[in-house]
Design a protein around this ligand. Structure first.
Ligand SMILES: [Zn+2]
Length: 251
């Protein structure tokens, strides 16, 4: 069963209007000036082959208290990958969602599915793929929970491999967690997020035995750890986390 419950708090507020207006302007602009690659501005490309190739790595980072002991990213957060993620995440370049979704699906196919198939309990596992939540401020600013698209792509990949997986938008950030990773800074963000992630509906998550978390970027892993803490409080085991990109040097 597919669980999707998105709450776009304040969509009618100024932030929401600005987001819609910027998308309209962007769409109009595209008619006049065909787009360039989101990573390097090469003409007539969504993401050129060179920038796209940067999204097909497997970057493993130790992640204590997960069943797989690691989380995995498709790229390092730098250069054209960083530019493309910011264009998608904060500047309304929604077309990139399918590119990042494809990179997450590839990551699931490479690392998660082989690991799960080695488990003796794989046939009875019910897996909730949970997008890492955004603060209310970020939801208002973006007008969407951008990690939902990534989680959906992972679910489709797991299902096509015969696994019992569902998209469950089951976590929430309450309170002021800071605007974004750039604004808050890694140390500030690590402190601000503590205690702010909550399970939205215990009933919706109770049906699952394991969780895969999905997010865009991992820096200090403080948000992931806080999500795992909230899930663990409800008795749920986190298998791993999948990310588009990982910053270097935070292990
Ligand atoms: Zn490019």
């Amino acid at each position: 069963m597919l669980h999707m419950h998105i709450r776009f708090d304040g969509l009618r507020g100024d932030g929401g209007f600005r987001t819609v207006a910027s998308r309209c302007l962007r769409a109009f602009g595209f008619l006049l000036f065909p787009r360039g690659c989101a990573g390097c501005d090469m003409p007539d490309q969504l993401l050129c082959p060179s920038c796209l190739s940067g999204l097909s790595d497997v970057v493993a980072r130790p992640m204590p208290r997960t069943a797989m002991a690691f989380c995995f990213a498709s790229a390092l957060y730098r250069g054209s990958t960083r530019a493309a993620i910011l264009a998608w995440k904060d500047h309304g370049d929604l077309e990139l969602g399918r590119v990042f979704g494809a990179s997450m699906a590839l990551l699931a196919r490479r690392v998660v599915i082989p690991a799960l198939r080695r488990r003796t309990d794989v046939k009875t596992m019910r897996i909730a793929v949970v997008p890492v939540p955004s603060s209310r401020h970020s939801l208002r600013h973006r007008g969407r929970l951008h990690t939902l698209d990534l989680a959906g792509a992972v679910v489709r990949q797991l299902r096509s491999s015969g696994l019992d997986a569902s998209l469950v938008n089951g976590l929430d950030i309450r309170g002021n967690a800071g605007k974004s990773v750039q604004v808050a800074g890694s140390r500030g963000r690590a402190n601000r997020i503590n205690g702010l992630v909550h399970v939205r509906s215990r009933l919706r998550l109770q049906a699952y035995s394991s969780v895969i978390l999905v997010d865009d970027i991992i820096t200090t892993a403080s948000t992931l750890r806080e999500c795992m803490r909230a899930l663990s409080d409800e008795g749920l085991c986190t298998l791993t986390a999948l990310l588009i990109a990982s910053t270097a040097g935070h292990e």
